[in-house]
Design a binder for this molecule. Structure first.
Ligand code: PGA
Length: 249
C-alpha cells in the first residue's frame, strides 16, 4: 500500500493574516486520515507562523522551492537547513512555474532533490508536458526525459524517499484537467520509467497528480491505481475545498 499524499501549493498567496485564517480553518476541520499525509506549502515568510499554528496538528509543512547551496552569497535564496528549522519536512522542486519563469532545468532540479534528501527533506519533484508537446504527441518523450533527468544518479532508497508529481502544464491554473484515464496513463508510464531504474522503488514511490484538482474531480482522479494523491494549487486556498480533496483521497 502506497501512502496517499495531498499537498497544497499556495504559490505566492498567504499574508500572515490569510495564513492564520486558512490554517486555523484546516485545523478546525479536524481530519486525521491514517492513509493520507496532509501537507501545506505556504510562502517562505509564513513558514514559522504556519509551524506555530500546526504544531499540535497532523498537517505537515512544506516549502515551494529551495537552494541547492548550503549557505553564502546567493541573494534571496533559502537553504534546506533554513526550511528544516522553520518546520518544513517537504519541499516542492521543479514546479513548472519555476521551470518557466526561472529557467530551472532537470539538472538543477536533480541537484536540489539530492540536496533535499541529504539534508532530511522529502522532495516533491514535478514533471509535466506543455499543451504544445501533448498536441504533438510528445508527452511520453518529454515526461520520460524529465524523469530520467530529475532522478539521475538516485540510489533506490533515494527514489523510495521521494515523491513525484505529474503536473501537465496545460492543466495548471487553467480549469482544464486531464481526465482520470489520461492522467492514469501518464502515471503508469512514469512508474514504468522509474521501474527501469529500480523495480521496488517504483512500487513504493508516491506519484501525485496536479493541475486544476478540485473537489468535483478529485474522486475520479484519486481512484486511479497509479495516482497516489494530489498537488493542489487554487483549491488549496479554500479550506472547504482542500478538506474535500483530502476526504476524496
Ligand atoms: P492548480 O495548481 O491546482 O491551481 O492548477 C496546481 C499546481 O500548480 O501545483
Amino acid at each position: 500500500m502506497r501512502q496517499k499524499i495531498v499537498a497544497g501549493n499556495w504559490k505566492m498567496n498567504g499574508t500572515p493574516r490569510e495564513t492564520e485564517a486558512l490554517l486555523k480553518a484546516l485545523v478546525a476541520a479536524g481530519r486525521t486520515p491514517e492513509n493520507c499525509a496532509m501537507v501545506v506549502c505556504p510562502p517562505y515568510l509564513v513558514l514559522h507562523l504556519a509551524d506555530e499554528i500546526l504544531k499540535d496538528s497532523p498537517i505537515m509543512l512544506g516549502a515551494q522551492d529551495m537552494s541547492v547551496h548550503d549557505r553564502g552569497a546567493y541573494t534571496a535564496e533559502v537553504s534546506a537547513e533554513m526550511l528544516l528549522t522553520a518546520g518544513a519536512s517537504y519541499v516542492i522542486l521543479g514546479h513548472s512555474e519555476r521551470r518557466q519563469y526561472h529557467a530551472e532545468s532537470d539538472q538543477l532540479v536533480n541537484a536540489k532533490a539530492k540536496k533535499a534528501l541529504a539534508d532530511g527533506l522529502i522532495p516533491i519533484i514535478c514533471v509535466g508536458e506543455t499543451l504544445e508537446e501533448r498536441e504533438a504527441d510528445r508527452t511520453e518523450e518529454v515526461v520520460g526525459s524529465q524523469i530520467g533527468g530529475v532522478l539521475a544518479g538516485f540510489a533506490p532508497d533515494m527514489i523510495a524517499r521521494s515523491v513525484i508529481a505529474y503536473e501537465p502544464v496545460w492543466a495548471i491554473g487553467t480549469g482544464k484537467t486531464a481526465t482520470p484515464e489520461m492522467a492514469q496513463a501518464v502515471h503508469r508510464f512514469i512508474r514504468n520509467r522509474v521501474a527501469d531504474l529500480n523495480q521496488e522503488a517504483a512500487e513504493t514511490v508516491p506519484i501525485l497528480y496536479g493541475g486544476s484538482v478540485k473537489p468535483d474531480n478529485a474522486d475520479g482522479l484519486l481512484s486511479q491505481p497509479d495516482i497516489d494523491g494530489a498537488l493542489v494549487g487554487g483549491a488549496a486556498l479554500k479550506a472547504d475545498d482542500f478538506v474535500a480533496i483530502i476526504d476524496a483521497a
